[in-house]
Structures are given as C-alpha cells and as structure tokens.
Design a binder for this molecule. Structure first.
Ligand code: MN
Length: 232
C-alpha cells in the first residue's frame, strides 16, 4: 500500500527465510511479456512464488467468479502464471507458498476451489484466527514424495491462512499432502527436479521449527545444483 502511488509490497519473512537458508533473494518486477519474463528467469537459480492475500481471478482456470472476493492485480497474476510456466519448462527449482502454490497449479492447467467454507463441508479451520506463527491443523504427507523426503515425517502440524485450495491438478502432478478433511495441502510435479507447492506458510514457522526451515534449505540446495548444471 502506498496511497495513490503504486507501490510493491512483500512480507520481509519470505526474504529472511531465503537468506537464513543460505540464498540471496531478489524481488522481481512486474514484467508481462514472455521475453522479459524469460530474461528475469535467466538471472535466477530458483524461484519462490509467494502468497498474495488476494485471489487469482477464476477466469484463469476457466471458471466464472462465484463469490465476491478481491482479486490480485492482473499484472501480478500474469507474472506468477507466466514465470511458473517458464520455470516448469526450464526445470528451474520452484517453491510455491499458499497463493503461490495455487498459481503454480493453475499455470500448468489445474483448478482451484474458490471458497472452502462455501464449497466444502468441513469443520476444519483453514482460515485460522490466531497468528500464523501458531499451527492450526495437521497434514498427512504421502510417502515417496519430494515433500516427504524433505520433511521426513508422515504427519506434521501446519498453520492455515487460506480460504481457497487446489481442486484439480494437471497430469504428471501429484498430491503430496492433505489435511484430515481432504483439502489438498501440498502438490509437486514428477517431471521436474524441484517443483513443490505448499498451502501453509513455512515462513511463519521456520524459526520455531527446523522442519519448516528445511523447505527453504531444500530449495536453495536444488538451486545450487541447478546453477552448477546447464542453465536455461
Ligand atoms: Mn489448511
């Protein structure tokens, strides 16, 4: 928010988490053409698609809007979707958090539940009232997934600050974690060295619990590996 003056806004937690995991974070500008997005991507060894607070317009996944929620800007949506597509095609290690995971899913052809309380009969609180520094519900992590290899546990507590979630995933994606009510809490791609989306916010938990820090460390490790190989 910058009054009437357009201003970029990004929670410092995302940058701190990357730095504390040994990476150098760069904040990306809203460039829209594929050529310029490709130029940006070529400067990077990894991509973190952050959460946004507002929703991706449902038209991006072929649905009409059913509930009156605020959308993220057209520019941001196009950057997230465009960069996600390019990062997938060029095998750039990518971690998506909350809305970022949803964008990664939609970019490759997946769809979203527009509003969990309206569309799902669940008693679980996915939009927690307390601070995201506290956990809200457990998730089950599927065996033989990238997420399981990183976290090394089958069940962990996570925070939950979302009213939307992944509905369908593209072919060759897999669901790597679910909440007890079946809500999808993490996705990944088979044909990619590091393509992981999580529905919770590890950037609020990593200082308390090393398990969440491992997500960022794993991204940095994959980025180093990518940098040492052939870049896109
Ligand atoms: Mn949740």
């Amino acid at each position: 928010m910058g009054g009437k003056e357009p201003t970029y806004f990004l929670r410092a937690r995302y940058l701190q988490a990357i730095q504390e995991a040994g990476g150098v974070p760069l904040i990306l500008p809203l460039v829209l053409s594929r050529t310029r997005q490709m130029f940006i991507l070529q400067q990077l060894d990894g991509l973190l698609v952050t959460g946004s607070g507002s929703d991706l317009a449902p038209r991006f996944y072929g649905e009409s809007q059913q509930y009156p929620f605020q959308h993220m800007s057209e520019e941001r949506a196009r950057l997230e979707l465009g960069l996600s597509k390019l990062a997938f095609a060029h095998q750039v290690p990518t971690l998506g958090i909350c809305g970022g995971m949803q964008s990664m899913n939609v970019a490759m052809g997946g769809t979203l539940i527009q509003d969990i309380p309206s569309q799902l009969a669940t008693k679980l609180q996915h939009l927690q009232k307390k601070s995201a520094e506290y956990t809200a519900h457990p998730i089950h992590i599927e065996p033989k997934t990238l997420l399981r290899r990183i976290v090394r546990k089958s069940r962990i507590p996570v925070n939950s600050s979302h009213h939307q979630s992944v509905k369908t995933i593209p072919d060759s994606f897999r669901i790597s974690a679910v909440a007890p009510d079946g809500v999808i809490e993490a996705i990944e791609a088979d044909n990619h060295p590091f393509w992981l989306g999580v529905q919770w916010h590890p950037e609020f938990l990593y200082r308390k619990d090393a398990l969440h820090k491992r997500l960022f460390s794993a991204l940095i490790k994959a980025a180093r590996l990518f940098a040492s190989g052939s870049k896109c």
